[in-house]
Design a protein around this ligand. Sequence first.
Ligand code: FAD
Length: 450
Amino acid sequence: DRSVMWFRRDLRLADNPALLAAAEAEAVLPLFVLDPALWGPAGPSRRAYLAASLRSLDASLRSRRTRLSVLEGDPVEQVVAAAREVGASRVHVSADFGPYGSQRDDAVAEALAEHDVELVRTGSPYAVPPGSVRKGDDTPYAVFTPFSRAWAEVGWPDPAPAPSGLSGLELEHPVDLPEVEVPEGLRLPEAGERAAAARWEAYAADHLADYADARDRPDLDATSKMSVHLKWGEIHPRTMLAELGRAAGKGRSTYRSELAWREFYADVLHHRPDTAREYLRAEYARMEYDRADDALEQWQEGRTGFPIVDAGMRQLRGAGWMHNRVRMIVASFLVKDLHIEWQHGARHFLHWLVDGDLASNNHGWQWTAGSGTDASPFFRVFNPTSQGRKFDPRGEYVRRWVPELRDLPDGEDPHDPSPEARRDVGYPEPMVDHKAERAEALRRWESIRR
Ligand code: FAD
């Protein structure tokens, strides 16, 4: 019999349970469908990265004497057409737990069933599939720490190897692999399964031990940058957890806990798909926010006059990635200094981030906005200037991403240059008075607490 392996967020051959299941058939069609619903809103960095990752997957398949067939359009039509063309009786996927993906998969399963083809979901992008960690009374966890304990108790299988043999099928008329030119000035990480494995090995060997101490320093390049590889499933978290379990140490346990946050947010989104857009704590929808106008644009373009905020927003566009500490700072600034709703920021992030992931992103935003589950309390307002001084003590990060600041004379604070120095180097004045806006944010917050 024949099968289809429909790749989505699992662009790898190793440790891919869905591919192993597909490979049990006599012949397999490796398929990717470019879905306009996802491709459309993706910005240049996301598109370029995905295109490179697909190319890398295709190259791995070619080294096994097959190739990736690509189709474009609504997956409900395209997957059915592909399965019928090769005469497959099963289509294999890793389960998608996002609100769009799970509905899409239900629709595809229904359409396939009309032709007696089965959609088989095996594995997921998570060590523990969302929905499977539950409290004693069978309800989901709302707080991270007990979730992460129960998550570890559920546990996960050891990584599996790539299928040994793969007899590949091809479509008659696939579309070309997407060709995306990387816009000038944008530097993206290398994509693909091999790059992911190499990055992880190098990071585990050289930096993991210092992770807990250095992870908050955007100037140091101390985090793993594995998020993009995890997002596209170029590596499975299980592979990383197996390495983390090999030895003890604070770096390793902290890193493991960050992977658990990723799984926690996926679990929250699975139980509350509405929180991709709506406030998880409904009272926050009643708070007074400002219109998203020029101020939003100034923030997006990195022209707020707060160096750490501007550096982060320019890093987002220049690298398709932003350091976690800075994501928190720029998010806090949008919500609490500019009083703009988190959804505007989340949308901008998802457009640019190569690791943009609905669960981690939108719940990262809700964490900052105070409206999420186990969120940072609203009254904890980040001061962008002191955050900058603390986590980028020599100003190296802000100088890297805000070139104007490289020209500041000695003695100027790169996190708060004087008005004359700003004028001389062409860097804007702070767009708001942080102290006043902090007070204003707290006033608005008090009004929903009553
Ligand atoms: P490392 O510090 O090396 O962490 C290792 C891995 O743990 C990461 O790759 C990631 O998979 C996971 N992780 C770490 N921190 C978090 C976290 N707070 N929440 C969930 N998982 C985490 N992460 C995304 O993957 N996609 C997003 O779209 C995204 N949007 C965010 C938006 C906001 C407002 C905030 C505050 C955080 C967001 N994060 C997101 C979480 C975090 O910032 C990134 O995962 C991290 O910066 C990625 O870099 P890294 O791989 O070097 O991280």
